[in-house]
Structures are given as structure tokens and as C-alpha cells.
Design a protein around this ligand. Structure first.
Ligand code: HEC
Length: 114
């Protein structure tokens, strides 16, 4: 019995390592840029200023230094996690975004203002 267990333990550990490898690869910069393009651009536009539709919804201008100064990362994260009073803004998990990507997405959002 003991022998069977130790035989099984090795592949399980190896698979877990592989899984961790995949999980951490989902937060690299290439992927969040892809998430932004596929999921956020629709409302926030390729330059972060807001698409025509997004402006109707009331998106902020991410390229504005004043806007960037008005929000802390924690405030952004709160809005992205739970939504805001604006009924047009859905929490990002409802858009299929993995919440582990939020910090990296905030970096993308901050990057529109130079
Ligand atoms: C359906 C349109 C829509 C999509 C898609 C969308 N947003 Fe937004 N977003 C909004 C609106 C509207 C607001 C303004 C909310 C408010 O002011 O209450 C907003 C606000 C934000 C804010 C600012 C929150 C704050 O507290 O100032 C961030 C950051 C943000 N969005 C990130 C994203 C990211 C990242 C994605 C893609 C994963 C995304 N949004 C997708 C409509 C959208």
C-alpha cells in the first residue's frame, strides 16, 4: 500500500507544478494587454480615452493625469471588483476577468497617462 502511494505522489506533484506554471503565466504583461484589447477596449478605447459607446456609459479618461491622481489603486480595485454606483459599470468578474489579473490591469490603465 505504501509503495503504491509513493508511486502516485510523484505525478500529482508534477501536475501541480505545471498548474502553478500556467496560473502565473496568466499575469504576465502580454496577457493583460490581450485582456485589455479583447475585453476593455470596447468601452475604454485603444488609447484609454473611452470609445464612443464608453463615453455614453460615462467612462473616465485614463489618459488624463487629473483622473489618474483622483483615484488610488485601491479605489480602482474596489470598483473593478464590486462595480460602482454607475449601473453601466459591471464588475469585471462578470466580464470573465480573473481577479488575480486586477493589479496588472491597473498597471495597464495607469500606463495610458504619461
Ligand atoms: C461595458 C463597458 C465597459 C467595459 C467592457 C469595461 N469598462 Fe471599465 N468602466 C466602465 C464605466 C462606465 C466606468 C465608470 C464607472 C464609474 O465612474 O462609476 C468604468 C471605470 C473603470 C475604471 C475606473 C474605476 C474607478 O474607480 O475610477 C477602471 C480601472 C476600469 N473601468 C477598468 C476596466 C478594465 C480593466 C476593463 C476590462 C477588463 C474594463 N474596465 C471594461 C465601462 C466599462
Amino acid at each position: 500500500m505504501k509503495k503504491i502511494f509513493s508511486y502516485c505522489a510523484i505525478p500529482v506533484t508534477a501536475m501541480f507544478g505545471l498548474y502553478l506554471g500556467f496560473a502565473s503565466s496568466s499575469v504576465n504583461a502580454g496577457d493583460v494587454n490581450k485582456i485589455y484589447k479583447e475585453t476593455c477596449e470596447l468601452c475604454h478605447g485603444p488609447d484609454g480615452k473611452g470609445s464612443e459607446a464608453g463615453k455614453q456609459f460615462g467612462v473616465p479618461d485614463f489618459s488624463s493625469a487629473d483622473y489618474q491622481k483622483s483615484r488610488t489603486d485601491a479605489q480602482m480595485k474596489e470598483s473593478m471588483t464590486n462595480g460602482t454606483k454607475n449601473p453601466n459599470y459591471v464588475k469585471l468578474s462578470d466580464l470573465g476577468v480573473d481577479l488575480v489579473d486586477l493589479d496588472a490591469l491597473i498597471t495597464v490603465v495607469r500606463g495610458f497617462s504619461k
